[in-house]
Design a protein. Structure first.
Length: 297
């Protein structure tokens, strides 16, 4: 089992490495969304010092296929752990060209059950980055009933959606303003959302941090392969406290009694809030009144 950090910036890898983290996820320049990116040459340099997963999770256009194939071939020559992919074209390119590189199925909201994980495992995929919308119980079921390695996010701002459209640019234009190069905060009722836009489109993230401290005990005890800490846009001091606490949990899991466990959970709640995302809350789709009768006709 390993902790994996998504840094806010590539330059922060050494800082987290000194804290005790040696495995990171970074994106391939021009082919990754919602990750800090680096060029192929820079990734080559970093791979000599750190353990890396590389995200190539953008939808790929036909005009990009040949270049993507070349980049994947070059990445396969590096000592990296694997490629995170969203577009199934990546899987096809790797298989058709017999590129010797491990793949991580990372279709965001769609990685939700052990049957699908087993299907991709049979296709040669080594690891699945599980969706943030499933419960702790469902995560452990996937771990038990599939052969694939599991990657689970336990800290960070959860992503809600991504669009190829320039949503912020278009909105600002409609009200006569110019979009600034920053994250915008949108408040609606009691909720806050984080909106950001790059050349590849706009993303909406939840405005509060996911606190995975409570489920972390079960995830460690059940040997979840990779636990992901997303430090993007997180205050450095808060990120440091999270890493220190989570590393302590990992190293001392067999010595921590229920009383100390509660103290650690309370401590992290006071630092990053008590929002546990969907770890203990199932996603329920309710049928509108009258819809069930209509569907039966």
């Amino acid at each position: 089992m390993k902790y994996v950090v998504i840094p806010n910036q590539i330059e922060e890898l050494n800082f987290y490495n000194e804290k005790g983290i040696d495995t990171f996820i970074i994106g391939l320049e021009h082919y990754s969304i919602n990750y800090p990116t680096a060029s192929l040459e820079r990734i080559q340099e970093l791979s000599q010092k750190y353990t890396l997963f590389v995200s190539v999770n953008k939808n790929i256009f036909n005009s990009e296929l040949e270049d993507v194939k070349k980049q994947l071939i070059e990445l396969s020559k590096l000592p990296i752990q694997g490629i995170l992919f969203y577009d199934l074209g990546i899987l096809n390119i790797v298989q058709e060209n017999k590129i010797p590189i491990d793949l991580v199925w990372h279709q965001t909201h769609m990685v939700t059950n052990y049957n699908s994980c087993n299907y991709y495992y049979e296709k040669g995929v080594k690891t699945a980055f599980l969706a943030n919308e499933i419960t702790l119980e469902e995560i452990l079921e996937i771990k038990e009933k599939s052969k694939i390695k599991c990657m689970v996010e336990v800290f960070g701002y959860p992503i809600m959606s991504h669009s190829r459209r320039k949503l912020l640019t278009n909105y600002m234009k409609s009200i006569g303003k110019e979009k600034e190069n920053r994250t915008y905060l949108l408040k609606e009722h009691d909720n806050t959302y984080r909106l950001k836009e790059t050349e590849d489109g706009a993303s909406i993230l939840l405005g509060k941090l996911m606190n995975g401290t409570k489920p972390l005990f079960a995830l460690i005890q059940n040997q979840i392969d990779y636990l992901v800490l997303d430090m993007q846009e997180v205050d450095r001091e808060i990120g440091e406290q999270v890493i220190d606490t989570y590393l302590y949990l990992f190293k001392n899991i067999d010595k921590i009694d229920s009383q100390e466990q509660e103290k650690l959970i309370h401590k992290m709640n006071s630092i990053i809030g008590d929002y546990t995302n969907f770890f203990y809350q199932k996603t329920i789709y309710k049928v509108k009144k009258g819809e069930s009768e209509k569907n039966e006709k």
